[in-house]
Design a binder for this molecule. Sequence first.
Ligand SMILES: C[S@@+](CC[C@H](N)C(=O)[O-])C[C@H]1O[C@@H](n2cnc3c(N)ncnc32)[C@H](O)[C@@H]1O
Length: 473
Amino acid sequence: MTEPDIAYGDLTFQDSHPGQLAAVATLLGLTPPPVDTARILELGCGTGFNILAMSQALPSAHCTGIDYSPVQIQRAQTAAASIGATNIEFRCESIQDFPAPPASFDYIIAHGVYSWTSAETRDALMTVVERCLAPNGVAYISYNTYPGWRSRIVARDILTFFAQPGATPEERVRQSREGAARLIPAITNPDSLYGQTLQAEVAPLLNAPDYYIAHEYLVENNFPTYFQDFAAHAGRFNLQYLAESRLFANSFVLGGDLRKAIDDNAGTDILRREQYLDFLIGCCFRQSLLCHSVAPVSREIEAERILPLSVSLTAEILDTTPEAWRIRTHIGAEFTVDDKPIVQVLALLRQHGPAPVPAHAFIQPVIEALGMHSLAALGGTIIAGILLAGWSRGLWILRADTPSLVNAASPNPLACPLARLQAQQTNRCTNRLHRTVILTPDEQAFLQQLDGTREVAPGPALARLAAEGFLIA
Ligand SMILES: C[S@@+](CC[C@H](N)C(=O)[O-])C[C@H]1O[C@@H](n2cnc3c(N)ncnc32)[C@H](O)[C@@H]1O
């Protein structure tokens, strides 16, 4: 097996966080293990920053990351030691030989592994999930999908064509980019379906980061799969498809024309409905949740399941007027929100600071702000509906964990040690809610200073770091 030498980056993935996994499972009628004290496993963890960030925000959880690359595990162990992490272990192990006992993990995460490995490793991954997942546990597996990847495969073939076999990984990226840049303007039939597809797929890659080209396009293993084949594969290991980790990516929360098309053509079976959705949108990537086949999943959503969860804002607020708020979600979709109840919740969330707010705390203020006093007895049901609507539009998430962070700085502010470590290398730092925040150069420099030993005068950089959920004291 070859291993690309260009580091994939010390990335973290918001949608893989057990707090979110547990919230989706709760919504679908399961009783997942408490997240704050969970046993969390990440398979193919790379340099480990994803699970390291989780371990920092959940100090009573126990985390394990494995990867068969000694270089990556060494980097993960060094990072963990340098920030004094005690509730995490990194082990250089292959998924095939992972010796953990049955039901020994509450949450299992495999990001960027399933479709980037051999069929043998994919089987081994499912075997580990089947054996090691607790009876009410949840697994997260991300993978590239067809039909979206059908046209990307042509782009992959072209990039690979230009990359010389004996060259270094860096040279191969450069060769592939230069070759593709010369090919695109020379296409003989640019207005044909082929020409347009190629321009759409290849042009964005010319400016993509090296690691992305190396790991998605030049990597030896990249086997996208249809959703239905992934679900069938899980089924052979006594696992069932639960949902997508991003609530808004699920067919069961859709409305409008998309929902009607699915209702009219895909029947009631969830697997057919999800596959049909992928055909409708040209899906190229999924972040699917699995649980044991015997788990009692219920897709009839009830308000009582939402009220014990907490809410945290995930969208960026770009602009506000009294009637409408301009929003950018964490996957970059921009739109205007003008439904009064949703705007009301956004306003309350913004006032509360970054720490998640219990769902039931919204009942009273929203009922009052909307003048719905006569409906106060139905407050819980009304709020659950509003929170579900905003969650399914990507404005906020509901979560089942209690990440350790503070809303306001102390006189000697202390920022998350992992974020301080990240800030030494990059302006993309992970906050305590597991969201990647892009910092200004001033904020990046300032973050590194916040080790709890210095008295710091309030100012815009400190205010932003507090508002973005980087502070733990
Ligand atoms: C594309 S990288 C993803 C890394 C990380 N999960 C992320 O998303 O940033 C795939 C990782 O899986 C690891 N991997 C692949 N096959 C493996 C196996 N059989 N056992 C353990 N690790 C494996 C690789 O070493 C690599 O770190």
